[in-house]
Structure formats: C-alpha cells, structure tokens
Design a protein around this ligand. Sequence first.
Ligand code: ATP
Ligand code: MG
Length: 429
Amino acid sequence: MTDQDLDFTIERLGECRFPSPMRKGRFAGDGERIMYHSRFDDMKPYLAAGAEPPALELAGPRERIFFDPATIACGIVTCGGLCPGINNVIRAVVLSLYHHYGVRRIYGFRYGYEGLVKRLGHNPLDLTPEVVERIGEMGGTILASSRGPQDPAEMVDNVEELGIGILFAIGGDGTLKGAGKIAGEAARRGRPISVIGIPKTIDNDISFIQTTFGFETAVAEAKLATYAANTEALGAKNGIGLVKLMGRDSGFIAAYTALVDSQVNYCLVPEVPFTLPGLLRSLEERLTARGHAVIVVAEGAGQELLAATGGRDASGNVKLGDIGTYLRDAIKEHFARSGREINLKYIDPSYIIRSQPANPHDSALCLLLGHNAVHAGMAGRTNMVVGFWNNQFTHVPIDLATRQRKKIDPDGWLWSSVLASTGQPRDIR
Ligand code: ATP
Ligand code: MG
C-alpha cells in the first residue's frame, strides 16, 4: 500500500452529547493523532511540501461521549481460533463498561457469530464483574467460538432487539471483516450501533498494528518446544529437532522464537521460499560440522513444495498442506536413502501454545486494548479496531486493518537478525 491509500479517518455515529462519567485520568483530545511513519526519511516529502503526514487517531477516554451509559446494553462476541488473552480482553471490556461508565447490561454471545443469530438458540451469557472476575487466569474463551458465515441482517435484527449500542468483536481478519459487515448493515438502517473490533491474531499479522495480544505468550511457549527439540537433538547421534509453529501467512512467531532461542539453526517462514534439496544439502553440511540441528518451520512455510489440499474450512480459509510432517518424512527418507543414521524428533505444539493463559505482558496489553475499545465505542466510533502503533493505542478503520496482512520483510531488520542468529544460508536453494 502506498501513502495515498492510507485514509485513517474513523467513522463516527454522531455528536458526543453526554459528559463522560469517568473522573480520573487523562482524556484524549479529539484531534490527537499518532504519526504513522517513524523513519525520518519517510517524513521528508511531507516536510518539503508542508503537507500533513498520515496519522492515526489516538485511543483513550473522551471527555464527552455519544452513548448514554444508563440506557444502552453492550455485547461481546469471540470468533475464530483460540489465542492467549481472549478472556482477559472480555474481562477488561466488562469491567470498563461496568465501572468506568456504569453500563449494567452486557451480553456475552456464545459460539462466535452463531450466537448473534437468534434463530440458532444460543442464549447469551449475562456478563457481570462477578462472572469475569477470575477468567483472566484461564486460556481459551468463556464465550466459545465458531467458524462459518452468518447473515449480517439477522445479526443486526438481534442486536437491535436487545438494545445493544456497542458490539465488541474479538477475532482475526475474518471476524473483523464480519464486524465491518455488521457495522455496514447498522449504518444502512440508520441505527446508532457502534461495532468495535479487538484484533485477535496469535500470528501478529494485522496491518497497522505493531503487536497483537497473545503473540508474546506464544513465543514464550514456543521456546519450550525449541528447548525440547535442542535437548533431544543433542541427546542422539545426528539428532535433528523439528518444531512446527503457527504462522499461516506470516512467520513472526517462528522468527521471534529463533531470536529468543539461539539454538535454532533453521527458521522457515512463508515469506521466504526455500527448496527441499537446498535444505537437505545444508542440513548434511550442518550435521557433518556440528552433529545436530534444530529446525523451526511456520505452518504456512514451503506451501509451494506441497500439493494444494484444495480444501477450505467453514469460514472459507484455505486448508494448508502439513509442512511439518512433510519435512519430517522427507528428511528421514533422504538420510535413509543415503545410508546416514539420523535421529529426528518432531514436535507440533500448536494447540498447547494457543490454549495457554496470557503471560503478564500480554495480560496488561489485553487490559489496555479492552479499556480502549470501550472508550472508542462510548465515544461513538464505529467500524474500527483498537490498535497499537508507535507505542500508543490507536484507532484503525476495519477496512484498512484487513486489506492486507502484515508480513516479514525479507530485506528488513527482523529477517536479517534471524539469519544472523540461526546462521542459516540467506537462500536455501
Ligand atoms: P483466525 O485468525 O483464527 O482465523 P478469524 O477471525 O479470521 O480468526 P474465521 O473463522 O476466518 O476466523 O472467521 C471468523 C468469523 O468471521 C466466521 O464466522 C466467518 O464466517 C466470519 N467471516 C470470515 N470472513 C468474512 C468475510 N469476508 N465477511 C464476513 N464474515 C466473515
Ligand atoms: Mg483468519
């Protein structure tokens, strides 16, 4: 995307007529914005032209709000796969609505967007501070999730019937696109309904958001797997530890895990293609030189090496081929053919990682995202997600956040650091 595509304008439901009941803390000014660019060179054209550079709306409580907290209900829905911290976000939203604004009716919709369709009969939970008190200590989502599309009109019918002013959608790109459709349907009907997304992606692959919740926990848990892989590799002749990590389109978890654990010798990610002969050749050299190797592979890496599955899940996401077991079998077969003894241990910790409770840093991030989502909704913002950019909480239009995925730049500092840490060839071919 070029700078011309960057319209960070956030939709508003209308004038903020009510004074905020929040008394403590600092209010965000209506015009406060955060610079999109942080590199001086990117700013030069704007400085030279005397033009405004692109900037994102700052998140935070507003002095005047759109909704009367005494009269509205709110709803929360969680969709897509699990990620550490979902319950913390639910808790933060409920506590902020209740304590900061005095909202007393908060519906927790069950099983993703299915729960918003009345006809399907999943009764919503009544969320109170008591219900959410300890849920931050638990992984998963107390609301449960689902995949598969629902009709925006049916969902908005239900939202209207329940008197919901703000709907919070916690989920990945699919969920956020769905949330955008709900916001669009409400707008078409001329209803003042705010739809606020809280991006959930363990892969940290949402554009215009520097870190998403759960990512740090995922990397910390992935370290347990690479530790085991290395220990196993050292404990046998020509030991190879192979770990498959999450990362369908973007290899951030694999890349950061390689930086966290410098025992990792190969990091394979979707953004950087490799060939099997190239990998096997390099592995042979590595075993000759060092007698063991640790490989981390992101689930979306090397898809060009596999036959396309042709399958899709209920939400329409392409089913990936299993690069982990493919590499496991290919490496074993290769060395069996060449008559060289190896000992390969394969570890796939994906479900163990994504079901963990959030670590302390992620817990704080979830709390602040949840609070800022509530502030945005109360101030009548809609069709947006709360983000984090240049170390500030921001508002991002859903359309922009979901237009393309954030990926590792193979020419950027992160990948360069991974190459430096693993010592793997720049081109595995
Ligand atoms: P994950 O990162 O775990 O895949 P996700 O939010 O992308 O999270 P999906 O299962 O793809 O998970 O989508 C969640 C919900 O959003 C599903 O109910 C799905 O049908 C709906 N959805 C996905 N894409 C769209 C879209 N383009 N428009 C409307 N709804 C969508
Ligand atoms: Mg998705």
